[in-house]
Ligand binder design. Structure first.
Ligand code: AMP
Length: 286
C-alpha cells in the first residue's frame, strides 16, 4: 500500500493504474475508519477495481467549529486498517493541499440544488456545498471508473448521483448498504462520542426503522411511530421523513420509499434510514 499526500503524486499514481489497464475505484472518507468504510473498500475489491481511499476531514463541510475539532483523526490506525483491508493507495492531503487559500475562503464552490435543500441541508447550512466541492475535486484529480458511497448518508449519495449526471462525469456511483453493530446501531465515526446510556437511547432509531421496514405501512403510520419512538427514548428529533428514493421529495409513485431520520443524542447528530414499502391507500401521487 502506498500513502500519498500531494495531489500531483495522486494524479500520477491513478494515471499509472489506468495506464496498466486497471480501473480506479475511489472511496472518499474522513477517516476514523470502521466496518462501514471497510464494506465500501471490500465492494471496490469485489468489483475488480484498484481500491484508492481518500482520508480528508474537509473543513468546508462543517458548519460547526466544535464538531470539526471534535472529529477523530486516528491516522496511524486508519493506515494500518487500510493496509489490512487490501487498499492499494491512500490519499492523505493537508487542508492547504486540498484548499490552497485556506483559511481564507475558497473562491470556487460546487452547488447541487434540489436534493440538498431539506434534511441535512436545512440543518447544516453550507454542508452539501462543502461535500459537492470536495467530491468534485477528488473526482477530477483521481479519474475513477467507480466511486463508492454509503447509503448511511442517503442524501449525500443522492446528491453525488445528481452531481455526476449534471456534470457528465463518466463515473459509476455505487451505493453500499448501511453496516450496523450487533445491536443495530448504524456505525459512525461519531458514535465514539456517545456514553453507554447514549448508545442505548440511540438504538431506538434503528429499532423504529426496522419496525417501519417490516411490512407495508402508510406514510402517516411511519411518521408517527418513528417520531414517537425517538421522543420516548429522549432523542431530540431533527427530522423524520418518508421520501422518494431518488428525488428525496414526497412524490412516492410506486410504493417504494425511504425513511430518513436524524436525531441528536448527547449532542451527537445521528443519521439513519431504511427502505420501506408504502401501503397503496396512503401513497401520495401526482
Ligand atoms: P465518512 O468518513 O463518515 O465521511 O464516510 C465515508 C463513506 O463511508 C461515506 O460514503 C459514508 O456514507 C460511508 N459510511 C459511513 N458509515 C457507514 C456505515 N455504517 N455503513 C455503510 N457506509 C458507511
Amino acid at each position: 500500500m502506498r500513502q500519498i499526500s500531494t495531489l500531483s503524486e495522486w494524479r500520477a499514481a491513478t494515471e499509472d493504474i489506468r495506464q496498466s489497464g486497471q480501473r480506479v475505484g475511489v472511496i472518499p472518507t474522513m477517516g476514523a475508519l470502521h466496518e462501514g468504510h471497510r464494506s465500501l473498500i471490500q465492494r471496490a475489491i469485489d468489483d475488480g477495481t484498484t481500491p484508492c481511499v481518500t482520508i480528508f476531514v474537509n473543513p468546508r463541510q462543517f458548519n460547526d467549529e466544535v464538531d470539526l475539532h471534535a472529529y477523530p483523526q486516528p491516522l496511524d490506525d486508519d493506515l494500518a486498517r487500510c493496509r489490512e483491508w487490501g487498499v492499494a493507495y491512500v490519499l492523505t492531503p493537508t487542508i492547504q493541499e486540498m484548499w490552497p487559500s485556506y483559511p481564507q475562503a475558497t473562491a470556487t464552490t460546487v452547488q447541487v440544488a434540489g436534493v440538498t435543500e431539506e434534511f441535512e441541508g436545512a440543518g447544516r447550512p453550507g454542508h452539501f456545498d462543502g461535500v459537492a466541492s470536495v467530491v468534485t475535486k477528488l473526482f477530477v484529480v483521481t479519474g475513477p471508473s467507480t466511486a463508492y458511497f454509503g447509503e448511511k448518508d442517503f442524501q449525500q449519495l443522492a446528491m453525488v448521483r445528481r452531481l455526476v449526471l449534471d456534470m457528465g462525469f463518466d463515473i459509476d456511483i455505487v451505493g453500499c448498504p448501511i453496516v450496523r453493530d450487533d445491536k443495530g446501531l448504524a456505525l459512525s465515526s461519531r458514535n465514539a462520542r456517545l456514553s453507554p446510556t447514549g448508545r442505548t437511547a440511540a438504538l431506538a432509531i434503528s429499532r423504529a426503522l426496522k419496525w417501519a421496514a417490516d411490512t407495508p405501512r402508510t406514510v402517516d403510520e411511519i411518521d408517527h411511530h418513528v417520531r414517537a419512538a425517538l421522543i420516548q427514548a429522549g432523542i431530540d428529533v431533527a427530522y423524520v421523513a418518508v421520501v422518494n428514493q431518488e428525488t428525496l421529495q414526497t412524490d412516492i409513485v410506486d410504493g417504494s420509499a425511504r425513511v430518513l431520520v436524524a436525531g441528536i443524542v448527547e449532542g451527537v447528530r445521528l443519521l439513519d434510514n431504511a427502505p420501506v414499502v408504502i401501503r397503496k391507500d396512503d401513497t401520495t401521487c401526482c
